[in-house]
Structure formats: structure tokens, C-alpha cells
Write a protein that binds this ligand. Structure first.
Ligand SMILES: Cc1cc2nc3c(=O)[nH]c(=O)nc-3n(C[C@H](O)[C@H](O)[C@H](O)COP(=O)(O)O)c2cc1C
Length: 314
């Protein structure tokens, strides 16, 4: 059956469009939870992904925070990796060739300390073969001098969006922070500044304490909470944002199964990203794709697009 379907062009039709970017299916891997994809090549079939989003890249390499940087929590985890990465030049020379060879859309997640850094990194990525899109991290809570101010202030969020848009030659997805009182205000500001799509949510700020040592578990004291614990918050935010913007919205937060992904699509997401679930089950994304296909077939949906925002409210 599976074979018959793929021969006939991936029926039911799982394709979705993020602006000008067409994905074979709505499932991507979330930044920072999937390395530079190669780390997963022996664990799953990378070619099946709707898109891959790589670990956040900064202008210069970053060593990240001192350990401990990760702690398990009830239904989730806290991380304070501190945006460790190889920097844009090494990313282009060492990682991009392999990624481009996968023949799936590669979206590069970027971060910066200043508008100039966001602009410069986008400029360096322009024209690099295989880069299909840029995801702008304006929301990471882990780095003291990092993007937190950008993601929590509408004017700054708009300024970063405009800066990246001024240099980008591919679609720009802006990744929103949940650590705000009204995420729709930021979403609107980013839309007005020219974003092509929005992804949400990044991690929620949290902490954990070790009773024995009477110290914070994370060396950085605070970290980002992710995993199933945050799913209801993420779903609510996707629902709120999708109702007030006309851009495609990508849902992220605690997605582990096709059912989770479909909930986000019903709430208004055009596509989803799988994050923490990759650590628990490296084949999670493939299983979500299979589950979505099975659901669409069982419901006799000619296209998965009909799920986007189909929520009944009464
Ligand atoms: C270990 C780890 C590293 C992450 N690194 C990044 C990053 O570099 N850039 C970014 O935008 N988000 C990063 N995130 C956030 C995830 O992409 C995602 O938004 C968040 O974890 C919520 O999704 P989840 O519950 O499915 O993990 C990271 C998350 C984790 C757990």
C-alpha cells in the first residue's frame, strides 16, 4: 500500500507551502535537536523529512555554557547549551555540502547579538547552494547577551526581521519567543516587518534546584524548557497567532506523535517541527510523517492542506 501510494505521487497529498517554499510533507526537525542532520543519518531516512532546520549558527564560533547544561524534568527537559556552534564560515565549508546533497529543503537557523550580526550572517549565507530558507532565532533565553531582548520587544523583533530581510535571498521564517505576555503583538510586528513565515514556540524559561547541594542544577542557573510539558502552551500560542496573521505559521513544542502534529495543524499551523522528541526516539519525525499519512488516508483527505486551521470552536 505504502509503495503504491508513493508511486502515485505521495498520495494522500502531504505537500504544504510555506510561502514560496514547497515541502513534501509538513514535518521538519527543530533547531538544536538534530545537529547538522548527518548525526542522524544512520538512525533514520533523512530524505523523508519535509525540511531540516540546523543548529543555530552565529557569525563566530561559540563554545556555549559550562556544564551541566541539560536536566530532565517532568515530561520535558531544561537546556542551557548556550548556542554552541561552529560559526557561519565553518558551517558553510564543512556542513553545507552534505546538507545540500540530501535534496530536502535546508533551513538555516541564525542568531546574533546585534542587528549588524544578523545582517552579516544573512549576507554570508546569500547564494550558498542548498540553503532554502533562514529561520531567525530572536528568542533564545540561554545567552546573556543573546536574542532575548529582540524576541520580547515588538520594535526590536521588527528591526531584526527587517535587517535579515534586507540581505536574504531566500524566504525568512522568524521564530518567536513564548516568554512574553502577548505573543500576538510580536507576531504582528514581525509580519509587518516583512517576515515570510513564523515559527513558534522556542523554549520557556525555567530552572531546577538540587536539594543536596542547594544549588541550581544548571551551571547557567536558568534554562529553556522543552518537550511534552510545553505542548499545551505552544498549541494555545499557535492558535492565537494563526488567527491574527496571514503568514504561514509553523508549530513547535512537545510534538511527539502524528496526533500532536495534527492538533497543531487544526489550530492553524501549516507545518510542524519535532524537537526534544528526537532525543527520545530518533525516528520520531518519520513516525509522525507515517501517522499523518495514515490519518489522511483513513479520513479520505485528498490533501493534508485541508487540516490547516480546521478547528471547530463550538
Ligand atoms: C538542546 C536544545 C537546543 C536547542 N537549540 C536551539 C537553537 O540553537 N536555536 C533555536 O532557535 N532553538 C533551539 N532550541 C529550541 C527548539 O528548536 C524548540 O523550539 C523547542 O525545544 C520546543 O520544541 P520541543 O518541545 O519539540 O523540543 C533548542 C532546544 C533544545 C532542547
Amino acid at each position: 500500500m505504502e509503495e503504491l501510494m508513493s508511486k502515485k505521487g505521495d498520495l494522500p497529498d502531504l505537500r504544504v507551502n510555506i510561502g514560496s517554499l514547497e515541502l513534501a510533507n509538513p514535518v521538519m526537525t527543530a533547531s538544536g535537536t538534530f545537529g547538522y542532520a548527518r548525526e542522524f543519518e544512520n538512525l533514520m531516512d533523512l530524505h523523508r523529512l519535509g525540511a531540516v532546520i540546523v543548529k543555530g549558527i552565529s557569525l563566530n564560533p561559540r563554545a556555549g555554557n559550562p556544564p551541566p547544561r541539560i536536566v530532565e524534568t517532568a515530561c520535558g527537559m531544561l537546556n542551557a547549551i548556550g548556542l554552541q556552534n561552529v560559526g557561519v564560515e565553518r558551517f558553510i565549508s564543512e556542513k553545507m555540502k552534505y546538507l545540500a546533497g540530501l535534496n530536502i529543503p535546508v533551513i538555516v537557523n541564525i542568531l546574533g547579538d546585534s542587528l549588524a550580526e544578523y545582517e552579516e550572517i544573512t549576507d554570508r549565507l546569500a547564494g550558498v547552494p542548498g540553503v532554502a530558507g533562514i529561520e531567525v532565532n530572536i528568542s533564545c533565553p540561554n545567552v546573556k547577551k543573546g536574542g532575548v531582548a529582540f524576541g520580547t520587544d515588538p520594535a526590536m523583533a521588527a528591526a531584526v526581521t527587517a535587517a535579515v530581510k534586507s540581505k536574504a535571498d531566500v524566504p525568512v521564517m522568524v521564530k518567536l519567543s513564548p516568554n512574553v505576555s502577548d505573543i500576538t503583538v510580536i507576531a504582528r510586528a514581525v509580519e509587518d516587518a516583512g517576515a515570510d513565515s513564523l515559527s513558534l514556540i522556542n523554549t520557556l524559561i525555567g530552572m531546577a534546584i538540587d536539594l543536596k547541594t542547594r544549588r541550581p542544577v544548571l551551571a547557567n542557573v536558568i534554562g529553556g524548557l522543552s518537550g511534552p510539558a510545553i505542548k499545551p502552551v505552544a498549541l494555545r500560542m499557535v492558535y492565537e497567532v494563526a488567527r491574527v496573521v496571514s503568514l504561514p505559521v509553523i508549530g513547535i513544542g512537545g510534538i511527539e506523535s502524528a496526533e500532536d502534529a495534527l492538533e497543531f495543524m487544526m489550530a492553524g499551523a501549516t507545518a510542524v517541527q519535532i524537537g526534544t522528541a528526537n532525543f527520545v526516539n530518533p525516528r520520531a519525525s518519520e513516525e509522525v510523517i507515517d501517522g499523518i499519512r495514515e490519518y489522511a488516508a483513513a479520513e479520505k483527505l485528498p490533501s493534508i492542506r485541508s487540516m490547516i486551521g480546521c478547528l471547530h470552536r463550538s
